[in-house]
Design a protein around this ligand. Structure first.
Ligand SMILES: Cc1ncc(COP(=O)(O)O)c(C=O)c1O
Length: 482
């Protein structure tokens, strides 16, 4: 079957129509329609089709069949986990990425995409106040960025210790000490477990009441360690938004002699763009590598992460792109940006395009306004809730998120009441916070990352949270009495 180029028009027009309807419905759509997996399987699954179906019909049917199982996390009142929405220019640019269907590992396979990504990378370094020459690679998300950063760290630390991972592998290599806080994100551990460093080598240091590394403990710990040492810190803790003390950590890493500082900035790195917030990241430019997400606070469509490495040559060496086989020698010889030197992927879509579109569309001022607005809204919600008797905000709110608990009484009672309040809110559908944990307590995690959230959304959501708290408190009184 041969397709003609004019056959794209009709399914794409259907796709545009459905996309716009969905996006416009986000203003009122419940986050979770609560359908069962069985109902979804009946609608979506069935036998492998034998005969062709018209592409526009495929699009129409798919839209109808998946609808009940979509989670409206791109809406204005989705406050769970760490999920953002999409800036309009970035979503539109993302469609073009698919239509252009460019492969980007080499300059020669798409000169235009190479220059777009190079430009987006340079603008990101400038926006965040990082050192000139810092490398940025575009990844699928923070997890892939973490792999990329930690592989670069591992290879560089071992090279300094006289061991070449690329040729010698890891068996019999010197051991790498790893120092993290008790709040480090699971994706850092996941990467350590997969890249041959192992979880056994981890030394965990404690955090304070705001879940921030206590610098004295860490400096002392690093000072006692001999041999290659990897330190992982955070810019934006999932439960409190806290930023670790990067200058103190960088001092300890520099004093050690063969240490590397990686910062997980999946949630909070973008605060470095704001004059009001960048003090939280003082010293970040001294980190050896930083991962971040585009698809969280920066409101890119999914499949957007970035790895930032201060020593571009170390990143390129660790990615090993220079020896790809004869058929790619000409491609690799080009002096321009070959994306394969900046990340793990070889063939991939041009992820830098939506990022470039965001920079162009919002400008530095628009980005800073978005970042400040989210933090202001998180603080507004936390202040409103903290004024209510029996609602406790557990952290100082410095960024886009906080954790709260409901009720008076012992931990067990507050944990149960808190879970009930969050579940009631999720079922009611006006807003969607999620549950989490904070030093052993069950909490409501409230995260503001969407470019659509307004002051009115926050005030309406505050009313609903207070109402849910009072209702569940009464229910629990009833069940305890009963
Ligand atoms: C602090 C932190 N680091 C890393 C990640 C991993 O990000 P991703 O899911 O984009 O790979 C997350 C995800 O929520 C996170 O919150």
């Amino acid at each position: 079957m041969t397709h003609r180029f004019n056959e794209y028009r009709s399914p794409l027009e259907q796709s545009l129509k459905h996309s716009v309807s969905y996006l416009e419905s986000l203003a009122d759509r419940p986050v979770d329609k609560g359908t069962s997996s069985q109902a979804l399987r009946t609608a979506i699954g069935g036998r492998l089709p034998l005969k062709p179906t018209d592409p526009s019909q495929v699009i129409d049917d798919m839209v109808k069949n998946v609808d009940a199982g979509l989670i409206a996390s791109g809406g204005a009142r989705f406050f769970g986990y760490a999920i953002g929405s999409s800036f309009p220019a970035s979503l539109a640019a993302d469609w073009l990425v698919s239509a252009w269907d460019q492969n980007v590992p080499y300059y020669v396979s798409s000169p235009a995409m190479s220059v777009v990504e190079e430009t987006a990378a340079d603008w990101m370094v400038e926006l965040l106040g990082l050192s000139q020459g810092t490398a940025v690679g575009f990844t699928s998300g923070a997890q892939e960025a973490i792999y990329t950063g930690l592989i670069t760290a591992r290879n560089t630390l071992l090279e300094r210790a006289g061991w070449d991972v690329a040729t010698q592998g890891l068996f019999d290599a010197p051991r790498i000490n790893v120092v993290v806080s008790d709040q480090i994100h699971s994706t850092i551990k996941r990467a350590l477990s997969m890249i041959g460093i192992g979880l056994e080598t981890i030394i965990t240091v404690p955090t304070d009441d705001n879940l921030r590394i206590i610098p004295d403990n860490l400096t002392e710990t690093i000072g006692l360690l001999e041999g290659p040492t990897l330190v992982c810190a955070q810019a934006g803790c999932i439960d409190s938004g806290a930023f670790d003390p990067f200058n103190e950590l960088a001092d300890a890493v520099e004093a050690h002699g063969n240490a590397w500082l990686h910062v997980d900035g999946a949630i909070g790195l973008w605060a470095a763009a704001s004059d009001k917030q960048k003090h939280l990241l003082a010293g970040i430019e001294r980190a050896d590598s930083i991962d971040t997400d585009g698809h969280k606070w920066f409101n890119m469509p999914y499949d957007s992460g970035m790895i930032v490495v201060k020593d571009a040559a170390a990143l390129s060496k660790a990615m090993g792109g220079s020896n790809m086989g004869d058929y790619l020698n000409d491609a690799m010889d080009k002096p321009d940006r070959n994306a394969i030197n900046f990340g793990i992927s070889a063939s991939r879509r041009a992820r830098g395009v939506p990022v470039y579109a965001a920079f162009k569309s919002l400008g530095k001022e628009g980005i800073v306004e978005h970042i400040d607005h989210c933090t202001d809204l998180a603080k507004r919600m936390a202040n409103t809730l903290a004024d209510i008797d029996g609602i406790t905000v557990l952290n100082d709110v410095v960024s886009n998120r906080f954790s709260a608990q409901f009720g008076h009484g012992d931990d067990e009672y507050r944990n149960e009441l808190t879970a009930r309040v969050v579940h009631r809110l999720q079922e009611e559908g006006t807003l969607y916070p999620s549950t989490s944990g904070y030093k052993g307590l069950k909490t409501m995690l409230f995260s503001v990352l969407s470019c659509h959230t307004s002051v009115a959304d926050i005030d309406l959501s505050a009313e609903k949270i207070i109402e849910a708290y009072l209702t569940e408190q009464e229910c629990m009184k009833g069940s305890i009495r009963g």
